[in-house]
Design a protein around this ligand. Structure first.
Ligand code: PLP
Length: 390
């Protein structure tokens, strides 16, 4: 039986960009000791008190079909948090709870696109973006943010792609670069979106990991809230990656349509997970800061370790849990470098090419092992790179 083109073309040539991750897993299973700096997942598990709230909720009977858009109290809690962080009036009617930010990205594009519509996203990008867009029937159009511009997108590049497009997906703080878009960049993005009548889909799942400057949501800029859907998640902010809970913040009239989509796809998020998320959000800023703190510290550590390196340049990261290293001085592609590093030093990092063409010649290092291991890995990575310089 033939499968649909839609599903057959979700990823390029069957390459999902995670070859090094799969190879690392294979080698680990064969007994190799590898320092894994690939995946964006904390080196701590979900806090016991959050798990207790989940347990109590389930034991209390909250195991049936749950409220599909999210429980009224969770939606109200999310809305309050969004309003407190942005100053933009937000109510439960603007919130749809989803099984993680990933499902929210899919839902937002489903809401924005008809089959064949062009959907813009910024390259380098989080690896699922093209597949998400193609999965909803859209045509994915990457727009380069250039290394020489510290990966802030430029108006000319956006304008060149925007005519006839329906949506623009942005991600700040950014995975993989760690870059936070400046107010000027966001204002420019807003102008382009308005001029070309684009939906702006703003992936803000790293909004609690801000090390320098300020995080701004496009909803905060004049005139943009009505065309913006914000993607939120508990994965990064509360170390709840496995719980699969996130949300969309959207204009009120969009939410009933997202509810239909959920009814016909996921049927919502389990009630005991929703209760745990509400409990976690009610712990306030302290818990979020504690979860973000190791990445703040390790970013400084990485800066310190790599400051004298001659073959590796660190893209200054303002947020998120990664650092991006420019290794073009070695003459290798990011992919060749990553595999050579894995062979020689048993350190696994992501090639920049996994995140599009704009980050070619770079590797992304996730700051997700303890400080001593990270220091050791970066010292060896820098020495390895230096040994490659022609
Ligand atoms: N958006 C970005 C930029 C990410 O890096 C991730 C996960 O790594 C996600 C969305 C999806 O996160 P989740 O579905 O766990 O909320």
């Amino acid at each position: 039986m033939r499968l649909s083109n839609r599903i057959l073309t979700m990823i390029d040539d069957g390459d999902d960009g995670w070859a090094i991750y799969h190879e690392t897993k294979r080698r680990q299973a064969a007994g190799e000791q590898i320092t894994v700096l690939t995946i964006g997942e904390h080196d701590r598990r979900t806090a016991p008190e959050i798990l207790k709230a989940m347990h109590d909720s389930a034991m209390g009977g909250n195991t049936g079909y749950a409220d599909i858009p999210g429980s009224p109290s969770l939606r109200a809690t999310i809305a309050e948090r969004v309003e407190a962080r942005t100053g933009v009036k937000t109510t439960a009617a603007n919130i749809m709870v989803t099984p993680g930010g990933q499902a929210a990205l899919y839902a937002a594009h489903t809401a924005a696109l008809d089959p064949g519509d062009r959907a813009l996203y910024i390259d380098p990008y989080y690896a699922t973006y093209p597949g998400t867009i193609r999965g909803t029937g859209g045509v994915d159009v990457p727009v380069r943010a250039r290394a020489e511009n510290d990966f802030q997108p430029a108006r000319a590049d956006l304008e060149a792609a925007a005519t006839g497009a329906k949506s623009l997906l942005i991600n700040s703080p950014n995975n993989p670069t760690g870059v936070i878009y400046s107010r000027e960049t966001l204002a420019m993005i807003g102008e382009v979106a308005t001029k070309h009548d684009l939906w702006l889909i703003s992936d803000e799942v790293y909004d609690t990991q801000v090390w320098e400057g300020e995080h701004l949501s496009p909803r905060q800029l004049p005139g943009l809230a009505d065309r913006t859907m914000v993607i939120g998640s508990m994965s990064k902010s509360h170390a709840m990656t496995g719980s699969r809970i996130g949300w969309i913040v959207a204009p009120e009239e969009v939410i009933p349509h997202l509810l239909f989509l959920s009814t016909n796809t996921t049927y919502g998020v389990p009630g005991f997970i929703q209760d745990a998320a509400e409990f976690a959000l009610n712990q306030g800023q302290g818990l979020e800061d504690a979860i973000a703190e190791p990445f703040r510290r390790r970013r400084l550590l990485a800066q310190e370790v790599l400051k004298g390196a001659n073959a590796v340049r660190m893209v200054p990261p303002s947020g998120a849990m990664y650092v991006m290293l420019d290794i073009r001085a070695t003459g290798l592609s990011g992919e060749d470098f990553a595999f050579a590093l894995l062979d020689a030093e048993k350190i696994s990092v992501m090639p920049g090419e996994s995140f599009g063409t704009a980050a070619a010649g770079h590797v992304r290092v996730a700051l997700t092992v303890d400080d001593d291991r990270l220091t050791d890995a970066l010292v060896r990575l820098a020495a390895f790179a230096a040994g490659l310089v022609p």
